[in-house]
Design a protein around this ligand. Structure first.
Ligand code: MG
Length: 231
């Protein structure tokens, strides 16, 4: 079993890492043993446990209320340093409203497609209609052509319009600058391409990253490992 350094800080992605990917973002299920297991681990680490997700912080709170000391949402756009604190958001231009209306039009014309708004950007999900993924990518590329503020990111069966310069590496830097994380070794665990920035930053700071292979069964393996670490 991989053991953590005694002075580790854990920064954990959520979907595909702690909870299983579901057909839609709203239909994920938090296994009942996950919250107590994460709480034990948080206490074991002196509080140095964070969730770093692409979801907005409100959604992370709804799934895992009051557990992580620090929470980063929307890939690091919003960072909150304590459960009862206020999220600090990066300075980012709002997404142009005509992009949002165009994306909603595409989704309404394609059964199975889902539009997910974010505070800065949006996601087009096509897990239930994989054949439209390439077409959506081309439409987004035309929409965003040469835009200095936003870029297209790939996720599990989804395209995300996200702010340039905001990534999970930023979230790691922000979280690790504050107690109880400061001075610890960051260990970032994620399953997706967006997690690579978090892993790279953790490594740069003297810690390391662990990549969960993309597979429906692997979040269960992560949960079992974390439960053993905190036991
Ligand atoms: Mg993930």
């Amino acid at each position: 079993m991989i053991r953590l350094p005694t002075n580790a800080a854990l920064l954990l992605d959520l979907d595909g890492t702690l909870i299983d990917i579901a057909p839609t973002p709203d239909s994920v299920v938090v296994p009942p043993d996950l919250p107590p297991s994460l709480t034990r681990l948080r206490d074991h680490l002196g509080g140095a446990l964070a969730i770093v997700s692409g979801r907005p912080i409100a959604q992370i709170d709804a799934l895992l209320p009051g557990i992580a000391t620090a929470t980063a949402g929307e890939h690091g756009y919003a960072v909150r340093h304590s459960p009862d604190g206020i999220a600090v958001c990066a300075a980012v231009e709002p997404v142009p409203p005509d992009w949002v209306s165009a994306a909603k039009d595409w989704v309404s014309g394609n059964p199975g497609a889902i539009f997910e708004p974010k505070a800065r950007g949006f996601v087009l999900h096509f897990r239930l209609a994989p054949q439209i993924g390439d077409g959506f990518r081309a439409k987004l590329a035309a929409l965003l052509a040469d835009n200095p503020h936003y870029r297209i990111g790939g996720a599990h069966m989804a395209w995300e319009v996200k702010p340039r310069g905001i990534d999970k590496g930023r979230a790691v830097r922000e979280i690790m600058a504050h107690p109880p994380f400061a001075g610890r070794l960051p260990v970032f665990i994620g399953d997706d391409i967006t997690d690579e920035d978090g892993m790279a930053e953790a490594t740069r700071m003297g810690g390391f990253g662990l990549r969960v292979p993309a597979d429906f069964a692997n979040a269960a393996a992560v949960r079992a490992w974390l439960a053993a670490l905190g036991a």
